[in-house]
Design a protein around this ligand. Structure first.
Ligand code: EPU
Length: 336
């Protein structure tokens, strides 16, 4: 086994925000053996585990070892007439996996088309869009302990999935590296979900199947969200806040049209994009950092922003939201 350790490596190609910082050491791994060897050799240095780099904001050079998960492979491990269990390597690109499902007529992830990032990162924040969350198709994942190098299988009920949340962001943060994920997908007839308003509107008068849903999602996303290949971004920068019913009723007095969705009992979810938009930040630009003109939840790097510029803008927005609405916005993106 030859591990290609590099020194002072630019992380620019590995993060969708397009931030140019260096990592003191860098290595890519393609197998569990390689991953275990790296973990075994590296007991001292701080670790930064990278998948697609689509959910992190790098604010300074990283004085440790960046470990990039680069394993590949998608295979059906079990199937019957109705379902297929599919095992996907963490290093596979998420959208490529969605395309593979469409080609193989397997349903369940079509609403999650075009989400940037790799498969291994998807369970960590329980990715979700257009009425569907990853947990609905998740069966289990194979993860490697950073401390011991041992492999552990996490079944769905062990992952504590919540809105943009899982055990891997909480009690097990920094403890495990996800190396593959198994999904339960449906063979036709598929259970389709077009509950999201914009999606049902887009699909009016069209044939309904997983392919047309994915196509509609791709159209909606492309119209609202910037393509990270063209303009640096990490999708939603903030989570949608969940507030109490009492607080919501207060806000509604002042803003009768405030958009909202029911959450748990006595709780209401408010689109952070609306809060930011209402403050007039949509399309705001401060030199190289800005708020996307079509979706106020997305912060963008116009080319030469530093991570610190983006972070400053994010904090400014968070402070204003707190001041005006008395709501705390949480970052969805990991800040390193
Ligand atoms: N809105 C505004 N201004 C804007 C954008 C939206 O006021 O600039 C208001 C509108 O009232 C709109 C509502 O916010 O109806 C919701 O907007 P949208 O449907 O675009 O969804 P979102 O809540 O802003 C969430 C996810 C997205 C996901 C979409 C669609 C989070 C943090 N974000 O955004 O996920 O694509 O729903 O399901 O939950 C991501 O995580 O990176 C991401 C893009």
């Amino acid at each position: 086994m030859v591990l290609n350790f590099q020194k002072d490596t630019s992380l620019l190609p590995y993060n969708t925000f397009g931030i140019d910082v260096e990592s003191k050491h860098f290595v890519g791994v393609k197998s569990i053996d390689e991953l275990q060897a790296v973990l075994n050799q590296n007991k001292q240095e701080k670790l930064l585990v990278l998948g697609g780099g689509s959910n992190l904001l790098l604010t300074k050079d990283f004085e440790g070892l960046t470990l990039r998960i680069q394993n590949r492979g998608i295979e059906i491990v079990e199937q019957d007439d109705r379902k297929a269990r599919v095992k996907v390597a963490a290093g596979e690109n998420w959208h490529d996996f969605v395309l593979w499902c469409l080609e193989n007529d397997l349903g369940g992830v079509e609403n999650l088309a075009l989400i940037p990032g790799n498969v291994g990162a998807a369970p960590i924040q329980n990715i979700g869009a257009y009425g569907v969350e990853l947990r609905e198709v998740f069966e289990s994942c194979e993860a490697i302990s950073i401390d011991t190098g041992k492999v552990k299988i996490f079944k769905k009920d062990e992952c504590d999935f919540g809105y943009r949340n899982s055990i891997f962001k909480n009690t097990l943060k920094g403890k495990y590296i996800i190396f593959s994920v198994q999904f339960n997908l449906n063979k036709p007839p598929h259970a389709l979900n077009i509950s999201y308003k914009g999606l049902s509107e887009n699909l009016e008068g069209k044939i309904l199947n997983i392919q047309s849903i994915a196509q509609a999602v791709i159209e909606i996303r492309s119209s609202k969200l910037p393509d990270p290949k063209k303009i640096g971004n990490c999708g939603s920068f903030f989570k949608n806040p969940v507030i109490t019913l009492i607080k919501f009723n207060d806000l509604k007095q002042q803003y009768p049209d405030i958009p909202h969705y029911p959450d748990q009992v006595d709780k209401i979810k408010i689109p952070a994009a609306w809060l930011i938009d209402t403050l007039g930040y949509k399309g705001y630009r401060n030199h190289e950092a800005g708020v996307h003109p079509n979706q106020a939840l997305v912060l963008v790097n116009y080319g030469n922003a530093t991570g610190a510029d983006i972070k400053k803008l994010a904090q400014q927005i968070r402070n204003k939201v707190k001041e005006k609405f008395a709501i705390n916005l949480e970052f969805e993106v990991n800040i390193i």
